[in-house]
Design a protein around this ligand. Structure first.
Ligand code: 13P
Length: 252
């Protein structure tokens, strides 16, 4: 079994209220003990309405909290209903998911995402930058060119790359219980690592997570793909039991 640091990131999406602290607390307690067994980092990206509350309530913090999106504008401004990265940082968020396909489908372009990444890094948030192809792009053999374009357009001008983790989330896998074939996934993660080195002109490969229908039943199968640095988990992260089962099954 690997002794490389692995990330387990929950993306709660639009889910949860103050009573959900019990889920966070269980995962936090699990993490305190489990960290001694395996090198891993647990991050929960929860709705903005809960970050400050969870952060205050957690007594000893063994996990990190994160946000799921922000406005591209860095300062205060006339953007009804929006929050910027600075405001999120002040709630106690350490991470932020950007470029999620659910936000892309609502109008986030590569350029807008680039601005969000820039502003988040300036405000000392760690960015989990999502890329991924649609089913149609996959069928037409456009997976690699889509991923290359997404990386190029949003990352080329970013200077502090230490603050970036990539997440490969094929759109056709999100919420569907379909996961890529192991051989294909391995190839794609390798492609992302190599390509990002070229685009960003860096020597050390960037970390790449996988996201899309990760659950307790398939978690173990991913452990054979050593190129994957961790997981971005949607539905299953809303349950402490499922989230913990994923981590335990991964290391079985
Ligand atoms: P599911 O795990 O529910 O498929 O969602 C994945 C995802 O979108 C994580 O960002």
């Amino acid at each position: 079994m690997t002794n490389k640091l692995k990330y387990f990131v929950g993306n709660w999406k639009m889910f949860g209220d103050f009573t959900s602290f019990k889920t966070v607390n269980k995962i936090n307690q699990f993490s305190r003990k489990y960290k001694k067994l395996h090198k891993n980092k647990i991050i929960l990206c929860v709705p903005n309405t809960l970050i400050f509350f969870f952060n205050k309530k957690l007594q000893s913090k063994n996990i990190s909290l994160g946000a799921q999106n922000c406005h591209y504008y860095q300062n205060y401004g006339p953007f009804t209903g929006s929050v910027n990265s600075q405001m999120l940082k002040k709630t106690g968020a350490e991470y932020i998911i950007l470029g999620h396909s659910e936000n892309r489908s609502e109008g986030d372009t590569d350029k807008i995402i680039e601005k969000k990444i820039n502003s988040s890094i300036k405000n000392k948030l760690n960015v989990i930058f999502c890329i991924g192809e649609s089913y149609k792009q996959k069928k037409n053999g456009k997976t690699f060119s889509t991923l290359r374009k997404q990386m190029k357009n949003s990352l080329k001008k970013i200077s502090n790359l230490n603050k970036i983790i990539l997440a490969y989330e094929p759109i056709w896998s999100i919420g569907t219980n379909n996961i890529p074939k192991a051989s294909q996934l391995k190839k794609t993660i390798k492609f992302i690592k190599n390509e990002s080195k070229k685009i960003l002109k860096i020597k050390k490969p960037i970390k790449v997570l996988y996201g899309g229908s990760v659950d307790p039943n398939n978690a173990r199968s991913f452990s054979f793909i050593k190129e994957i640095d961790g997981f971005l988990i949607g539905r299953a992260s809303q349950s402490a039991k499922k989230f913990i089962d994923i981590i335990e099954n991964y290391y079985k």
